[in-house]
Design a protein around this ligand. Structure first.
Ligand code: MN
Length: 229
């Protein structure tokens, strides 16, 4: 028996309730889309992930981030499934956390606002780049705002399907779902309109905290301080 320390949330993974009602993001994301997206799509990623891990008790103590970072050490039989379904679980879990009903004209403040101005020119220029990158992405995937630890700079880019940016060692601050299930009921083929509506439901306060509390930022800060002491 391998004795693994249980560090929940680990296997069996479970679907956390949304921190708001399914209709709370109306009219920007409709209640029917939110319901099927959370209770059906996200739930199915978790169900399939648990099914794949079921017969591998040595993997049951790991958080989803750890499993995704160790993909190349996982049994070949479940590697792709953990990548696809586990990636889907992690991305959706993060996605729900950065949404906020009636966020209206909220904007980033403080250190994050300064970093956005520094790296994109202005908040408006950042928003334009995020929407354009998401609109241009072919087929399913996600658009990201992330911090690059080596430089501390912010970048906007997209990744296909359920690829997370964990292996790239980039730190996600904000993501939006480009899969058709995220918008097709209301926006049909209007992905740019869906992306534009996203600015009404972003929890910038939380995203700002993520930026300020990024462990990688702290490491860089520690190194910077050490140089002067
Ligand atoms: Mn989705």
């Amino acid at each position: 028996m391998i004795n693994v320390e249980r560090k929940p949330p680990a296997y069996p993974f479970s679907l956390a309730p949304l921190p708001f009602a399914y209709d709370a993001l109306e009219p920007h994301i409709d209640a029917a889309t939110m319901h099927v997206h959370h209770a059906k799509h996200h739930q199915s990623y978790i169900t399939n992930l648990n099914a794949a891990l079921k017969d591998y008790p040595q993997l049951h103590g790991f958080r989803i981030e750890e499993l995704l970072l160790r993909l190349d050490t996982l049994p070949i039989a479940i590697r792709q499934t953990v990548h696809d379904q586990g990636g889907g679980h992690l991305q959706h879990q993060f996605f729900w956390s950065i949404l906020k009903p009636r966020a209206g004209e909220a904007q980033p403040v403080g250190a994050l606002a300064e970093a956005i101005d520094r790296d994109f020119g202005s908040f408006d220029a950042f928003k334009e780049k995020f929407v354009e990158t998401g609109a241009r992405h072919f087929a399913s995937g996600w658009v990201f705002l992330a911090m690059i630890p080596a430089t501390g700079k912010l970048e906007v880019f997209s990744r296909a399907d359920h690829n997370t940016i964990l292996p790239e060692k980039k730190y996600a601050l904000l993501i939006n779902d480009l899969w058709e299930h995220a918008y097709y009921l209301k926006y049909r083929n209007g992905r740019p309109e869906y992306l534009q509506s996203f600015w009404n439901i972003v929890n910038w306060e939380y995203v700002g905290q993520l930026y300020e509390n990024a462990p990688l930022t702290k490491d860089r800060l520690t190194r910077a301080i050490k140089r002067f002491t």
